[in-house]
Ligand binder design. Structure first.
Ligand SMILES: *Cc1c(COP(=O)(O)O)cnc(C)c1O
Length: 368
């Protein structure tokens, strides 16, 4: 049987049917109905955030989060190249310019000590990523943002349920995006959200995701369509019931990997910032080919030959992609570039058997 890097979490069919029955009765299937509101309130509580707006996916949530700030076209947003392309695309598609800041070599989040040298008179915001559910240096980033009058929008696509010093990650920065895509720790099939503190963003986000419609005959904004529908919200309500149990299963898998791979020369496991309660969303290993005697792609191929599908994620880094490299000036980020060439995310999902984890580690170690 094939093993993939992830497997989507689903409730039982019966549980989902029970949850969607009222939608069939009411015929209210989208446009922020009762199921949307129920899930929104449950998530505000679970994620421990002040306000939350639900979206059709995480990408549109990022775009509309940016749009809310009304930055002039051509303004610069300092971001990380070590991310999924969505982050960089969201900035570019909002007519803003991504400026790439390098990352820390141990936790792969933005290197906050390199932000200030990238600030110009066009800089308006910082958009870092909580990579693999590990938290950015939120304190230092906020201090820089405050000093220079910049907004901070976190891409927290990986950070569902992550806490820092007992507080939900969505409390840091002006906004934090979550993704509820099928491959994430918690899914609504496709889906996403923006958490925010300032109530002034509430109505704006609500209207932007509904074509900018303010009232029946009044359209205030050039919005789009990015509403989460009732069926996806129902999937979220079901999946939320099981998410703690699923994170506990992920933890057991991550600890087995730590035990079997953490001791191998040339394999580096991700370090987690003090005070972070992580969600074990991914299991990245950095393969130092000089010490390990073999490079990342070779390990990746060996796993493929055993029908185990790991993922080179994130690879390539955004500033190495054709759509950016050939079109604009990109800042060189040697640590992100190196990490993208040497990282491998190993399979991790709640139903992955511990024996399979041992088998995967055997193949990775290859007699080492
Ligand atoms: C998944 C992901 C996104 C996009 O979220 P979608 O819900 O798939 O649109 C953005 N950024 C990162 C880092 C992601 O992993």
């Amino acid at each position: 049987m094939s093993t993939f890097v992830t497997q989507s979490s689903l409730p039982s069919l019966e549980e989902y049917m029970e949850e969607i029955r009222p939608i069939f009765d009411s015929k209210w299937i989208t446009n922020m109905g009762p199921v949307y509101k129920k899930m929104q309130h449950q998530l505000i509580e679970y994620l421990d955030v002040p306000e939350l707006s639900l979206f059709v996916n995480g990408h549109m949530a990022l775009e509309m989060g940016l749009q809310t700030f009304d930055f002039p076209a051509g303004s610069e947003v300092i971001t990380t190249p070590y991310t999924f392309v969505s982050t960089t695309h969201a900035i570019t598609r909002q007519n803003l310019v991504p400026v790439f800041c390098d990352i820390n070599p141990d936790d792969y989040t933005m290197d906050a000590s390199k932000i200030e040298e990238l600030i110009t008179d066009k800089t308006v915001a910082i958009m870092p990523v909580h990579v693999y559910g590990n938290l950015c240096d939120v304190e230092k980033i906020q201090e820089i943002a405050d000093r220079h009058g910049l907004k901070v929008l976190y891409d927290g696509a990986h950070a569902f349920g992550v806490k820092y010093k007992g507080v939900g990650v969505g409390n840091f920065g002006d906004m934090c995006m979550y993704s509820f895509h099928a491959t994430k720790v918690f899914n609504t099939i496709e889906g996403g959200a923006i958490a925010f503190k300032d109530k002034k963003y509430q109505m704006r986000l609500h209207e932007l995701k509904n074509f900018g419609i303010h009232e029946e005959d009044c359209v205030m904004d050039v919005g789009g369509n990015a509403k989460m529908d009732e069926f996806r919200a129902a999937m979220g309500i079901c999946n939320l019931r099981h998410v703690d149990e699923n994170i506990a299963k992920r933890k057991a898998i991550a600890e087995k990997y730590d035990e079997l791979l953490g001791v191998v020369d040339g394999i580096r496991i991700q370090s987690v910032r003090d005070g972070v309660k992580t969600n074990y969303a991914y299991y990245p290993v950095y393969i130092d080919s000089a010490a390990f005697g073999e490079n990342r792609d070779s390990v990746y191929k060996r796993l493929e030959e055993s029908d185990i599908h790991a993922r080179r994620y994130f690879y390539p880094a955004s500033n190495d992609l054709d759509c950016y490299r050939t079109r604009m000036h990109v800042q060189e980020t040697p640590v992100a570039h190196d990490t993208s060439l040497n990282i491998l995310c190993l399979p991790i999902y709640p139903n992955l058997a511990i024996e399979e984890v041992e088998h995967i580690c055997d193949i990775v170690r290859n007699g080492r």
